[in-house]
Design a protein around this ligand. Structure first.
Ligand code: HEM
Length: 157
């Protein structure tokens, strides 16, 4: 009886240790630097942008063709998900800015990403409604936003 009590106590303490360390390592991260795997399991800005790049290519390729709407919508959903995550990241260029400018730069980046996310949702509406010609025009518009965003916020590291 005494022995089984001891075994129970040891097992209970062991489980507490596992749960405790899991909780500690699960704390949300304050922004990890770009390129890092983040402790909250989310991708870095670099990785999110790479994913957006490859799936936006599929959107561009399929958007004119109503027969491809299902596949285009699926690719667009992936772009949107990564784009929402990327919005809350900190572009690398911020680390080159003076301490007094960093907050404004992060805010400007976030606002540009929000604007683009809105356009990505409008693109979804157009495809859902089968307005492929308008969707092509919207995709071009988004292309211009991407160029503008990269010119302003992307650096050469
Ligand atoms: C669908 C829209 C977009 C796509 C497909 C896209 C795609 C990409 C790609 C392929 C990269 C290169 C990844 C790398 O090697 O670093 C990149 C990087 C970057 N993009 Fe975008 N982008 C989009 C929108 C935007 C917008 C609107 C902004 C700004 C408001 C932006 C800001 C950046 C920044 C700051 C980087 C550098 C990330 C880093 O520090 O590694 N992107 N993007």
């Amino acid at each position: 009886m005494q022995k089984s009590k001891l075994i129970f106590t040891v097992l209970a303490l062991f489980s507490l240790g596992i749960v405790g360390s899991a909780l500690l390592t699960n704390q949300p991260s304050v922004h990890a630097s770009e390129g890092d795997k983040k402790a909250d399991g989310k991708k870095s800005l670099h990785d999110n942008m790479e994913e957006m790049g490859s799936y936006f290519k599929k959107v561009r390729k399929g958007v004119a063709d109503p027969a491809k709407n299902k596949a285009t919508l699926e690719a667009l959903a992936v772009v949107q998900a990564h784009s929402i995550d990327a919005k809350d990241e900190r572009p690398h260029i911020v680390s080159h800015a003076g301490p007094g400018q960093r907050k404004d730069l992060v805010k400007a980046y976030r606002k540009s990403m929000i604007e683009m996310n809105i356009e990505l949702l409008k693109l979804e509406l157009l495809i859902l409604d089968g307005k492929n010609e308008e969707a092509v025009a919207k995709t071009k518009e988004i292309g211009k936003l991407i160029k503008k965003g990269h010119n302003k916020f992307q650096d050469d590291h």
